[in-house]
Design a protein around this ligand. Structure first.
Ligand code: ARG
Length: 572
């Protein structure tokens, strides 16, 4: 149990003992929320504002604080003092240090893991790349936020389903086949992969300006895909295969995987009943030849379901996909990790599902995020300034390799560590800020071993490992827990103790950056502790306590890194 919960529980008992007659006193949960960490450590480790009890007790807050301080009788946990209407708690540092370290170590690498999600399912729709387009940096955030959330929910005991909702349907694929038939060859596309497909697409648009009949040919090819024409399907599936092969390289580098690749085309034969049900429920209205769901009441433009030419759209497939996911996985939550530009789309889709009478519509959540720019430059596929993710990742690994070469020339597995650190730098940068914020990626910031970066946290992990390797050669006695009473050790202990809370909150808010923040704070606190104190102290019982704290810090850093999708090298 974490310290805040412990103190809240004891405070609840204290209130009941001290004021047995009083009505409407806050219970432990509420007390836990009321307990604050004072800005100044001289005011204690936690403070309880007694003015929150003034009404229920009809007493002045300072009086209440005095009475509670006098009645408090848990010196093994904390000392309590009254000050200006606050009840300030000063932790018993020796016991707190011992209990925290032992709890973390007893969790055996799973500190903060829980069973809160038992029997519950979370679907996560993330990465969701588009066929025949290269995997560019614009898809990094959805991939990594989704991957991290999946790990976080797994850690909390949920069943998770990772879904790559491929963008594999639309008239552009007809155009692409048309371009391939006119100007491409099998060898050239096989060799050039997605690059070759993109080039064909660009050429199609250029030539179509001069020759508008190309558009008709493109449409005709798409019609052939829709009608299941074998040649069209064969080419289309081959394009898909090429794209997924290209993406697999990136996914491998990032350590990302999926449980399902059911994309837009998967829903083509499943849309009819959904459209029928929209019709039966009287939700479809005609507008300029198209069928839409009117959302005027909700202050939104209508949700287009069937276009004038009879074709369905992105939203139709998303509505169908949501129904399919509920029927198939019975999700308790379905998360869509997609950039904020699609905010309106998801609000419309969720609202339509609600109007259809699905009570689970409220469990669909758009987990949106901001834009990524690169070294101060906005990225755009159209302007040709977009960056391919595998180029970026490879460059990161090369740069990390050069730094490692310089810092630790003697390291044995430099290639492996360069991969872990280079990729880690990129992923950390992506998950370091609140997801809704736009971020600017810069090499210098991402790879700075001293800043708030992936390499810095990984380096701290390796530092802990190094201390533990040295300690393994000593035979240390029982620890003297009083040796962890100093401010630096205590600051670290508090962060370790809070870590399970952070993981829960990160899940509640769909916010991996909270874990990034926590693991960075822990690394910084460990380094402060490391610089101020000799871990392998001459006094063996002191050394023993510090070594155990180091082990606890290492476990939590490794867990935190794992939850945001980073590896934790043991030597750097
Ligand atoms: N393929 C889309 C894109 O790249 C994202 C799909 C997101 N998922 C969904 N169910 N709509 O913009």
């Amino acid at each position: 149990m974490d310290m805040l919960t412990t103190i809240a529980g004891l405070t609840e008992d204290l209130l009941k003992e001290t004021y047995p007659e009083a009505q409407g006193l806050p219970a432990a949960d509420e007390l836990r929320n009321l307990l604050a960490v004072p800005p100044n450590p001289e005011m204690g480790d936690y403070a309880f504002p007694c003015f929150r009890l003034a009404k229920a007790l009809r007493m002045a807050p300072p009086k209440i604080a005095d009475a509670l301080a006098a009645a408090w009788h848990h010196p093994e946990t904390a000392r309590a003092e009254a000050l200006n209407g606050y009840l300030n708690f000063f932790l018993n540092r020796v016991n707190f240090g011992r209990d925290t370290v032992l709890a973390v170590l007893a969790a055996d690498g799973k500190w903060g893991a829980s069973t809160r999600g038992e029997g519950k399912t979370v679907c996560l729709d993330y990465s969701s790349i588009n066929i025949a387009k290269r995997f560019h940096i614009g898809h990094l955030s959805t991939t990594m936020i989704g991957h991290s959330l999946k790990r976080i929910f797994d850690y909390l005991g949920y069943r998770t389903v990772g879904i790559n909702h491929l963008g594999d349907w639309g008239t552009q694929f007809g155009k692409m086949i048309c371009a391939y038939k006119l100007w491409g060859t099998r060898e050239q596309v096989e060799k050039g992969g997605v690059n070759a497909l993109e080039a064909l697409y660009v050429r199609f648009h250029k030539e179509a300006e001069a020759d508008p009949t190309l558009e008709d040919q493109g449409r005709a090819w798409f019609k052939r895909i829709e009608d299941g024409d074998p040649e069209a399907l064969e080419i289309f599936n081959w394009f898909k295969e090429l794209t997924l092969k290209d993406a697999a390289r990136v996914y491998d580098l990032l350590g990302v995987s999926f449980d399902s690749y059911a994309g837009e085309s998967f829903y083509i034969d499943k849309m009819e009943p959904v459209i029928q049900s929209l019709r039966d429920k009287g939700l479809l209205t005609q507008s300029e030849g198209a069928w839409v769901v009117d959302l005027t009441e909700d202050n939104m433009p209508p949700c287009l379901i069937i276009k004038k030419d009879g074709a369905t759209i992105y939203a139709t497939r998303d509505i169908t996909a949501a129904v399919y996911r509920q029927d198939t996985y019975h999700f308790d939550k379905c998360l869509y990790v997609v950039a904020y530009q699609q905010d309106l789309h998801f609000r419309q889709v969720f609202r339509v599902l609600e109007k259809m009478g699905y009570p689970w519509a409220k469990d669909c959540v758009h987990v949106s995020f901001g834009m990524i720019s690169f070294e101060g430059q906005a990225l755009s596929t159209r302007k040709g300034t977009s960056i391919h993710l595998d180029d970026l990742l490879r460059e990161a690994v090369d740069k990390a390799r050069a730094i490692i070469e310089e810092k630790s020339p003697g390291l044995e597995n430099k290639d492996e560590v360069a991969r872990q650190v280079g990729i880690g730098a990129v992923v950390y940068a992506d998950l370091s800020a609140n997801r809704i914020k736009d971020i600017d990626f810069s090499w210098e910031r991402a790879l700075n071993f001293d800043g708030e970066t992936g390499p810095y946290v990984q380096y701290t992990h390796a530092r802990c490992c190094s201390v533990l390797r040295k300690a393994a050669d000593l035979s240390l006695p029982e620890p003297d827990w009083a040796a962890l009473s100093d401010d630096e050790a205590q600051a670290l202990l508090r962060l370790l103790g809070r870590f399970p809370d952070v993981v829960n909150e990160a899940a509640d808010k769909y916010e991996p950056s909270m874990v990034t923040r926590a693991v960075t704070d822990i690394a910084q606190a460990y380094n402060r502790f490391y610089y101020e104190h000799r871990i392998l102290d001459d006094e063996p019982a002191t050394a023993a306590a510090r070594v155990l704290l180091t082990r606890a810090a290492r476990e939590v850093i490794r867990t935190g890194l794992f939850l945001i999708g980073l590896e934790a090298p043991e030597r750097m």
